[in-house]
Design a protein around this ligand. Structure first.
Ligand SMILES: [Zn+2]
Length: 352
């Protein structure tokens, strides 16, 4: 592995990082391609510990959390609260599992309620072909042919848990009083509709969940309830983050970095470029989200669409659709429905 690559993945090493002020970063393993770990943050005081995010409900994650807490002098039973940034399985599911044994209290953003209900419907109700979200919209995005590959792939989530309610639905702007500090919960929809970041203005740190990630661009609107306007929401959430004082960035995936503002500005620039590329694709005649996605380069390595694995292709089509919707909202494109039921975009004509 090159030096640069080694540095890039240093954050996933199973060490506890002491961030000062009783805050510790504990990376937990994930069985996901491309996303190898999730950071759980422990906020400790003599009486116990509160956690930001929980990890995935699988044995290796639970073992690593146990070991990480022991390293700083606590047991799983000392966890009072899980403040979970969003509903995704790598953040929420281990909290559900541990609550059964230890009666810890789980808090989650109130706008995740729709996702929790939709996730239960996906898991319990309809046929197995619809258990993978993002799947049922493929025909509308002009990408029906990708569904054939999905029949062969394993669409089930990696951990089977009961999608139980949290103990507390947290509204935007709530102040969470911990023993050593107050965290302001800020609603930052986009990655999911109910995503929260937890901002400690006094200590100048932000627990950013998946809203602002230092090394990758967060997926947008990849959620059970779906959200066509996810990118518009996300861009405005980035603006909301810039309006808060700058803070040290404590992300759910990737290393801790010095400035939320610096990274938000990079993400805004990235989406500006993406919007321009997406507009160019439509100008060149690529009318559906699927066609436009195939006309764009992907990942840091500028890969062509056909080089991506199936899961990444589905994310890419959904991501392209999100950019097309923003261009439509801005009046640069119009959207119609084709005879096959696919969304078809055109460059907006001059006003008549
Ligand atoms: Zn995540």
């Amino acid at each position: 592995m090159s030096h640069a690559a080694a540095d890039r993945y240093a954050w996933i090493e199973p060490d506890v990082e002491d961030l000062g002020g009783g805050v510790y970063r504990i990376p937990l393993p994930l069985p996901l391609e491309g996303l190898k770990a999730v950071n759980v943050y422990a906020i400790a005081d003599p009486g116990g510990v509160d956690l930001i995010d929980a990890g995935i409900a699988l044995g290796p994650a639970r073992e690593r959390l146990t070991a990480g807490l022991r390293q700083i002098g606590y047991e799983l039973g000392d966890v009072r609260n899980f403040f979970v940034t969003h509903i995704h399985i790598d953040h929420y599911s281990l909290a559900i599992e541990l609550r059964r044994a230890f009666h810890s209290v789980i808090s989650l953003g109130e706008d995740e309620r729709a996702n929790l209900i939709a996730t239960r419907e996906l898991m319990n109700g309809r046929g197995s072909t619809e258990r993978f979200f993002g799947f049922d919209s493929l025909a509308r995005l002009g990408a029906a042919e990708l569904t054939a590959g999905l029949d062969a792939a394993d669409r089930r989530p990696p951990a089977v848990i009961e999608w139980e309610d949290p103990d507390r639905w947290v509204p935007d702007g709530a102040d969470l009083d911990l023993r050593t500090r107050t965290l302001r919960a800020v609603h930052t929809p986009g990655h999911t509709r109910g995503h929260l970041v937890f901002h400690d203005a006094a200590a100048q740190i932000m627990f950013a969940g998946d809203h602002v990630l230092p090394q990758i661009t967060p997926s947008i609107g990849f959620e059970a309830a779906g959200n066509r306007m996810a990118l518009r929401d996300y861009l405005s959430s980035l603006g909301k983050t810039l309006a808060l004082p700058d803070a040290r960035l404590l992300p759910a995936h990737g290393p801790v970095t010095v400035s939320t503002h610096a990274r938000v500005n990079e993400l805004l620039a990235h989406h500006d470029l993406r919007l321009a590329e997406t507009l160019s694709a439509v100008q060149a005649g690529h009318a559906t989200p699927y066609e436009a996605a195939k006309a764009i380069r992907w990942t840091r390595r500028e890969r062509v669409f056909s080089e991506l694995d199936l899961f990444s292709q589905i994310l890419a089509v959904n991501e392209t659709a999100a950019h097309l919707e923003v261009l439509a909202v801005r009046g640069q494109l119009t959207r119609e429905t084709s005879a096959e039921g696919a969304d078809v975009y055109q460059v907006a004509g001059p006003e008549s």
